[in-house]
Design a binder for this molecule. Structure first.
Ligand code: C5P
Length: 239
């Protein structure tokens, strides 16, 4: 059994730009502690000995930039690249289709823009996939969760969801290759679009376990998130 990691990194970062921050680069290429966000994510996965290879999905126009960064940080041998798609799911599907996997190999998918993932959480996710077939990292909810209906006058509460029954889905998310591939193939055939791997596996009837996540493993999305990431990174430059 081998472990493959897919890192979708083909987003264009519209929310970061919409927040008033003019960025020449999509958020996965911005730096935290002097190290590009994608490189931080990549490097943590490569630090896990059980990881055999990482496949990064990038836009064709970013390929050279990513190749140069990978070379500069000497991450070469276990890293491959595929072209990203129009949305996250399509980027992951392109990578899944390119992998040469056996059915029982483990595939993990991790958002490039969660640069503060740690090796222990990655290990725990792989262990959970080995024992349950599929698993994701999730953060227990601490706030009270409301279901709302969006109206022209704003959001109106329709229900309160018991928070002990809620987790915030993070990444990595993954499964044995046969399961995650089937879930993506079914979604593709049905024209279903989801924002994470678990939603595709759930609709394919696959049970997905949850491994505890952490606040550090947040998704760099909006202006202000970079400062938070710098704070959590604590000045580490990884040199
Ligand atoms: O869009 P969102 O912020 O949820 O992006 C999560 C991850 O998916 C990011 O790492 C982003 O680069 C990636 N993505 C992608 N292809 C797209 C859109 C997003 O690989 N077309």
């Amino acid at each position: 059994m081998r472990v493959f990691v897919i890192i979708p990194a083909a987003g264009i970062g519209t929310r970061m730009a919409a927040g008033g921050m003019s960025t020449a680069a999509p958020k996965q290429f911005l730096e935290v502690g002097g190290v590009p966000i994608l490189i931080r994510s990549l490097r943590t996965f490569l630090s896990v000995p059980r990881v055999d290879a990482v496949c990064v999905a990038v836009r064709a126009s970013e390929r050279e930039r990513v190749e140069a960064q990978i070379a500069a940080y000497k991450l070469g041998a276990r890293v491959h690249m595929v072209e990203g798609g129009e949305n996250r799911q399509q980027s992951v599907w392109n990578a899944l289709s390119a992998l040469e996997c056996e059915d029982d190999d483990v595939v993990l998918v991790h958002d490039a823009v969660r640069p503060l993932i740690d090796a222990k959480t990655i290990e725990r996710t792989i262990d959970a996939i080995e024992s349950h077939g599929a698993a994701i990292v999730g953060m227990p909810a601490v706030d009270t969760i409301k279901q709302v209906e969006r109206t022209a006058d704003g959001a109106i509460i329709t229900a309160t969801i018991p928070r002990e029954r809620v987790v915030h889905a993070q990444t990595p998310q993954g499964a044995h290759f046969s399961l995650i591939y089937r879930a993506f193939a079914e979604a593709e055939a049905d024209g279903f679009s989801g924002t994470d791997e678990a939603s595709l596996m759930e609709r394919a009837g696959i049970q997905v376990a949850v491994v505890p996540g952490s606040a550090r493993n947040f998704k760099v999305t909006q202006p202000g998130d970079l400062e938070l990431a710098e704070f959590y990174a604590g000045g580490s430059t990884w040199e």
